[in-house]
Ligand binder design. Sequence first.
Ligand SMILES: C[S@@+](CC[C@H](N)C(=O)[O-])C[C@H]1O[C@@H](n2cnc3c(N)ncnc32)[C@H](O)[C@@H]1O
Length: 231
Amino acid sequence: MHFKFRTIDMNTKCSCCSSIEKSTKNDLTSHWNKTYNREIQKLGWYEDNPEQSLKLIEKCKLNKDASILNVGSGASTLIDELVKLDYKNIIANDLSSNALDKLKERLGNDSSKIKWIVDDLTQSTELNNLVEIDLWHDRAVLHFFNEPEEQNCYFDLVRKLVKKNGYVIIASFNLDGAEKCSGLYVFRYNKEMIQKRLGSDFELIEAFDHTYTMPSGDTREYAYTLFQRKN
Ligand SMILES: C[S@@+](CC[C@H](N)C(=O)[O-])C[C@H]1O[C@@H](n2cnc3c(N)ncnc32)[C@H](O)[C@@H]1O
């Protein structure tokens, strides 16, 4: 079953995005590629400083050669920060090649330090061939997967890729969060729901709610979670 061609309801203007077109599209890859044609700093999830993620990554006390997979990376500044912190094995994934191109452009020469993977988390062809990783990081990606099959593929991939003693950071809209982002309906989580989906092999290390202020000044409620896979 293919999910790239679900209907996207773009008829309600979404405050995540500055210039939503009034149209019905059915191609998520082109939706996300178009989204990143806009000025990155104006996107509704843009962070100058991804401090909540960095705080959780610090807790993992990873070696500098640990493999860190940032899924649905977009043009996130987290990658810049990980390079500055001298992590040597960073993998950036996204469905949108346009998003990753924007990020590569910003990183300049440092872009050669990153492994780039354009792939769909819900029907992976490349990510599932990776060797096991030390850290899975997701901010604002999981909640776009509304269909049980998409969620199953996502969590199967987490379980396939994360090493024993490895870590999973997932930051999703929480149960008080918005119903839509980027014109798309979202499926919201709390820490218990994420724990249930990961399974008992993963232990919750830390969780907190965070109110993120968008460039527009609106706010979005997130649930941040850090899990460790048991040995
Ligand atoms: C709201 S943005 C968040 C971007 C980034 N994580 C951040 O915090 O700035 C969601 C990202 O998920 C990506 N995405 C959506 N569906 C995806 C999929 N099926 N596989 C991989 N990436 C996906 C989008 O292209 C977009 O970059």
